[in-house]
Design a protein around this ligand. Structure first.
Ligand SMILES: Cc1cc2nc3c(=O)[nH]c(=O)nc-3n(C[C@H](O)[C@H](O)[C@H](O)COP(=O)(O)OP(=O)(O)OC[C@H]3O[C@@H](n4cnc5c(N)ncnc54)[C@H](O)[C@@H]3O)c2cc1C
Length: 368
């Protein structure tokens, strides 16, 4: 049984009453003071969701949080994980962690996302653009009678295929008055859906999508300078985030590092240059991974995460938003914290394989 009451701080406290005597621990989120209760054997993420609290998550890597006080353990693992004051505050994985005592966590509550439940809708292709040799731009618009789609900058949608499979793509912009939903779709070698989009999909065709999804959204509770790191079409959600901060007239210093293989892959470079001319607080660092191509274009030859580290050996004063293929995200997750970035200030979206493909890759690994 779940009951709600207003706590002493004015916060809503959601409590769980059980008919048996199973121990129940209380989790408090440091940033908001929001509390919820976790039953024995229940994961912290499941308890949060049961209490209507959405915590920032990454579909590929999970839901990390810092344990500021208390004790817990990861499901299936014997060892106890304990915080010992400011000296040792370990990272825990909320999809796996079970509470052994009352906990204080530094985990992000992205409550406003709970107001944006994903919905299924039909959209029509309003425009199809060849952005780069292997990148197609799509402008989608809800068909008559569907009503506009609402989302937060940085979120993604899923295209639903006839056989039930889903293909995720980030929305490359903020909600617009003309209801256009912009996508940047890279044609992956041998990719069924992206090949079809590239060669067969036409203006006027309809698609079924489910959206919005994801928690790669702007965090407004910071005045720190922001570094955006995009790999290839990882630029799509980063574009949405930058447009958001520019639109709000944010005074935060912002830098965009966009890593690609050749200059032709910087497919909306003019747009970025126009942003920089309009906003002196925004700096653009295009990075070309192929040295010969970089020399040809007169641009910086560097891997994008290495360029960030070369320019910022100390990242402790920044927030980083990063989006792109898994190797880039893995490198950033390992190397940026080593340069002083607190891991909870690294926000990222991994352009991973679609869920059905991931499942079959994992299954193949388990059976070999
Ligand atoms: C949250 C999220 C947001 C995303 N946003 C974007 C976006 O804005 N723009 C964009 O271009 N892509 C994005 N992606 C990646 C995109 O979803 C995949 O490229 C797409 O699902 C491939 O579908 P497919 O049917 O063409 O390939 P499939 O037919 O499923 O795969 C065929 C072959 O392609 C390879 N492959 C499949 N997916 C990938 C991949 N991601 N990376 C490398 N090789 C792959 C596999 O080796 C496989 O053999 C996103 C992914 C996620 C998880």
């Amino acid at each position: 049984m779940i009951a709600c009451a207003r706590g002493r701080t004015g916060m809503i406290v959601i409590s769980l009453r059980r008919g048996d005597n199973s121990p129940v621990n209380t989790v408090t989120l440091q940033a908001t003071g929001l509390r919820f209760q976790v039953a024995a054997g229940e994961t912290i993420l499941a308890a949060a969701e049961r209490s209507g609290i959405r915590l920032a998550s990454d579909p590929a890597a999970g839901v990390p949080a810092r344990l500021l006080s208390g004790r817990c353990r990861h499901r299936g693992e014997g060892g106890e994980i304990a915080s010992s004051g400011p000296v040792r505050q370990p990272l825990i994985e909320l999809r796996q962690a079970e509470a052994l005592a009352d906990l204080l966590l530094a985990a992000e509550d992205v409550g406003e996302l709970s107001e944006l439940a994903p919905r299924r809708l039909q959209v029509e292709v309003a425009a199809k653009l060849a952005l780069a040799p292997d990148v197609t731009g799509l402008h989608l618009r809800p068909v008559a009678g569907e009503g506009p789609l609402r989302w937060l900058p940085g979120q993604y949608l899923e295209c639903l295929l006839d056989d039930g499979r889903r293909r995720p793509f980030s929305i490359a912009g903020c909600p617009r008055l003309d209801q256009v939903i912009e996508l940047h779709i890279r044609h992956v070698a041998g990719g069924g859906f992206t090949q079809w989009v590239h060669s067969d999909l036409a203006v006027g065709d309809t698609l079924t999508i489910e959206a919005p999804r994801g928690t790669f959204v702007p965090r407004e509770d910071s005045l720190r300078p922001i570094i955006f790191v995009a790999g290839g079409t990882g630029f799509a959600p980063v574009k949405a985030l930058i447009e958001h901060f520019l639109h709000r007239g944010s005074s935060r210093a912002m830098q965009l590092y966009w890593g690609v293989r050749t200059a032709a892959d910087l497919y909306q470079r003019e747009l970025v240059q126009a942003w920089c001319e309009a906003c002196s607080g925004l700096d653009f660092q295009p990075c070309i991974s192929d040295p010969a191509q970089a020399a040809l274009a007169g641009l910086r030859a560097d891997l994008v995460h290495e360029a960030v580290l070369a320019d910022h050996p100390d990242l402790s004063g920044h927030d980083i938003y990063m989006s792109g293929p898994p190797p880039l995200i893995d490198a950033g997750r390992q190397l940026f914290p080593e340069a002083g970035l607190p891991p909870e200030r690294l926000y990222y979206d991994t352009f991973d394989y679609a869920p059905d493909l991931l499942a079959s890759i994992l299954k193949a690994r388990l059976t070999t």
